[in-house]
Design a protein around this ligand. Structure first.
Ligand code: G3P
Ligand code: MG
Length: 241
């Protein structure tokens, strides 16, 4: 089972900052999951939320700030004073860091709330520039975004993030034309039946965000391909045990 660090090593350092990514590299995870949005001036910005409020000392939507304005915010103190110097990274910062390793990246396009003009093109342009196309998987809750990615660059791997199956009855139909490599369900929805069905369709199952040892152990036992967790160190111990 592969171990992905969710938003970097986000249990130890502020999520989606260089500090969190560096720590994930130190413990040698298989991959890093991260989330991207678009600034007002068209820069690919790493942040989980559409707003900066929760994870910085700023207030407002990323889409309303320029890259330079975003750099003024402290993205670490909310987590701990020792990270007061942390800034919101750009995707290029992460690519520059990870290019020195052999890690994989799971880049989640946060396109389910706002329409970010050409975010798919811009992300793929950077991945080509940094020669990352063969070690990245693009995921999203927005399947239109995944279709767009495949239309631009058919060889890139994509993953459909699964919405709550209690609200969506036709999940397999919804993803049938996407040519995804994997599905990414919340760990609560992962069952042996789901894994069997995915396997039949040639798809991997990567579960987010199991953090408790018993959850991770259960996912390993039932044959989950990967976990995307805030505690990759725990998952590594379980996988290696
Ligand atoms: O990509 C898996 C997971 O990160 C999706 O949910 O809200 O943590 O981005 P979220
Ligand atoms: Mg995510």
């Amino acid at each position: 089972m592969k171990v992905f660090a969710h938003r970097g090593l986000s249990s130890i350092a502020p999520e989606n900052t260089m500090a969190a990514f560096e720590r994930a590299i130190v413990i040698n995870v298989d991959g890093i999951e991260t989330d991207v949005q678009l600034s007002r001036d068209g820069k690919i910005v790493i942040c989980h939320d559409e707003k900066v409020d929760r994870t910085t000392n700023g207030r407002g939507y990323i889409k309303d700030f320029s890259w330079e304005e975003l750099q003024a915010f402290d993205a670490g103190s909310w987590f701990s004073p020792e990270f007061a110097k942390a800034r919101i990274p750009g995707l290029e910062d992460l690519l520059n860091l990870v290019r020195k390793t052999d890690l994989c990246l799971n880049i989640e396009l946060k396109t389910d709330k706002f329409f970010y003009p050409q975010i798919e093109e811009k992300v793929l342009e950077l991945l080509e520039k940094y020669d990352f196309v063969d070690r990245v998987r693009i995921s999203s809750f927005n399947y239109e975004s995944l279709l767009k990615v495949k239309a631009i660059l058919p060889q890139i791997e994509t993953a459909a993030i699964m919405k709550d199956p209690n609200l969506v009855s036709n999940f397999w139909d919804q993803i049938s034309d996407l040519t995804v490599k994997a599905i990414h369900p919340s760990y609560q929805y992962v069952t042996t039946e789901l894994i069997d069905e995915a396997r039949k369709r040639g798809l991997e199952v990567n579960a987010w965000t199991p953090n408790q040892p018993e959850e991770i152990r259960h996912l390993l036992k039932i044959g989950t391909h990967g976990v995307i967790t805030d505690f990759p160190d725990r998952a590594q111990c379980i996988v290696g045990a």
